[in-house]
Design a binder for this molecule. Structure first.
Ligand code: F3S
Length: 406
């Protein structure tokens, strides 16, 4: 790889031990992928949950702290493994909380913006079209690449914080024009898509695309950012989709041919019947199994999604013995408080959880065996983490199950 003089100075330790280590990692990985050079990134989004990073992650971050590391570009962090304010309410074991706190201290000492959110594009870290960024978190990556038209690979832990400390990443994969072209065409022949249809469509596209780049035809021009968020999260978790193009909607498919003049390798037609089939397939529980917990907010809810839940919940309260947990960013929670929609829901028995993640919630501690959700990503990921059965259904059905009229 060809390095600039400044990059050589990083590598040779002239900017301190942490940046030397970060540059060594970036060069090593870049070389192994055949990259020609490093490129500047304008922002980074890192992983920061103890449940995934374990002791090795803490050790690495603390080593960077003691080596004098500081982020050179705006850097946000994914949800924590615990709700910092409510970990006792959610019965998180103290030892687990303490490990996450160590990780938190290290992350903050490195100068990371303590966002603890998987939707950094809602606030705090909003890239522009065409900017190179280095993001971790599959649902955020697919949103940045597809909806915004920024450029990032699926940046793994280690490389993410190294990019933050140096403002560089190896130029490979989706940073290159030729790797951003669509290869598969999905023709959606359904007129009346509702909110649950978007994550379900994402799951269909993800399960059929692997890491290829899908082009979606037939989404309505009125599709919302939240619907695209849920579509992308479904596609990224059912497969390894990091970029999709929605014809006439997402920036690289609005003014240009996303296939770059070539024919798609395959064309898939998606009908209502397939959507129903996927919806049924994501549900692993049988109707007779008692539901212990209903959860929403994967990816973390926006204020618009929160408002919709508030209106559907009017005059209802959580049933005795049922848990209804909603996950959102601290910023959405604070906005909701200002709007006056949080307190009534809390009084009706809803538990909010901020800065953490539905799929790493302490389901095991509570002994839950059957979880209901309106999130395809949550439905696909939670069973492997917690060995529970899933019922996948829309927001109305989730609310009907969790609550009763007052
Ligand atoms: Fe976000 Fe956790 Fe879901 S990081 S996308 S809430 S799995």
């Amino acid at each position: 790889m060809i390095l600039t003089d400044e990059e050589k100075a990083y590598r040779d330790g002239q900017y301190g031990e942490a940046k030397r280590l970060a540059m060594e990692l970036l060069i090593g990985v870049g070389d192994s992928f055949g990259a020609q050079r490093l490129i500047p990134v304008s922002s980074v989004h890192i992983l920061g949950h103890y449940g995934s990073l374990h002791q090795a992650g803490i050790d690495f971050l603390e080593r960077l702290v003691s080596g004098g590391g500081q982020c050179e570009v705006p850097t946000t962090v994914d949800p924590s493994s615990i709700d910092y304010d409510r970990w006792e309410q959610f019965k998180v074991p103290r030892e687990y909380m303490e490990q996450q706190r160590r990780l938190q201290v290290a992350v903050e000492k490195l100068g990371v913006i303590p966002s603890w959110s998987c939707t950094p594009y809602h606030s705090l870290n909003v890239p522009r079209f065409g900017q190179n960024v280095a993001w971790a978190e599959s649902s955020a990556i697919v949103y940045a690449n597809s909806v915004i038209g920024a450029r990032t690979n699926r940046t793994p832990f280690g490389l993410d914080i190294s990019a933050a400390l140096t403002g560089r990443i190896a130029e490979t994969g989706l940073y290159l024009d030729e790797n951003r072209r669509g290869t598969l065409l999905y023709d959606i022949q359904i007129n009346d898509l509702d909110d649950l249809d978007y994550p379900t469509l994402g799951a269909i596209v993800g399960s059929r695309s692997g890491s290829k780049i899908p082009v979606i035809k037939g989404l309505p021009l009125t599709v919302t950012n939240d619907q695209l968020k849920c579509f992308g999260a479904g596609a990224a978790s059912a497969g390894a989709v990091a970029l999709y193009h929605a014809l006439g909607i997402t920036p690289e498919a609005k003014y240009e041919d996303p296939f770059g003049g070539k024919e798609p390798e395959q064309v898939h037609v998606i009908t209502r019947a397939e959507l129903d089939e996927m919806e049924a397939q994501i549900t692993t529980a049988t109707p007779d199994q008692k539901i212990d917990m209903v959860t929403m907010g994967c990816p973390l809810l926006s204020i618009e999604e929160m408002k919709a839940i508030y209106h559907k919940m009017k005059n209802r309260r959580v049933k005795q013995g049922m848990h209804f947990w909603i996950y959102l960013t601290q910023e959405t929670y604070d906005l909701g408080k200002r709007l006056g929609i949080i307190e009534p829901l809390e009084s009706s028995g809803v538990w909010f959880s901020t800065r953490t993640c539905a799929t790493i919630s302490p389901v095991k501690t509570w002994g839950f065996s059957h979880v209901m959700t309106n999130s395809a990503k949550c439905a696909l990921v939670v069973p492997s983490e917690h060995n529970v059965k899933i019922t996948y259904a829309d927001t109305d059905a989730c609310i009907r199950t969790a609550t009763e009229e007052q």
